[in-house]
Design a protein around this ligand. Structure first.
Ligand SMILES: [Zn+2]
Length: 107
């Protein structure tokens, strides 16, 4: 049987905390904290925390839908030609996440 626990994640930088925070200790942004359910399977293995984000970016790379340029040539290439409409806002505020993602794809 799986049990779930709740963690709190900063929507700006992705910082995780077991407790609610009004101001993110990592990026010092206010009111960016949101609640995220975390499922722990019976063997104690934690489910991937950022599964949704990873899937989203992978989908962007696979799907052949209209893309808009990010203005960064390298990022456009990483994303398979540009950002899909709607995800631009998501990535826009996540400069740090963007950098982490970009670096990891160059490994
Ligand atoms: Zn933060």
């Amino acid at each position: 049987m799986a049990k779930s626990s709740t963690i709190f994640v900063c929507s700006n930088c992705g910082n995780e905390s077991p407790k609610w925070f009004g101001k993110c200790p990592a990026c010092n942004e206010w009111n960016t904290c949101y609640e995220e359910k975390q499922t722990v399977s019976k063997n104690g293995e934690k489910a991937p925390k950022r599964e949704a984000k990873t899937t989203l970016l992978n989908d962007i790379k696979k799907q052949d839908i209209a893309r808009s340029s990010t203005g960064f040539e390298e990022l456009d290439r990483v994303l398979g030609g540009g950002l899909v409409k709607g995800s631009l806002t998501l990535l826009g505020r996540r400069t740090r996440y963007w950098e982490i993602y970009f670096n990891s794809t160059n490994m």
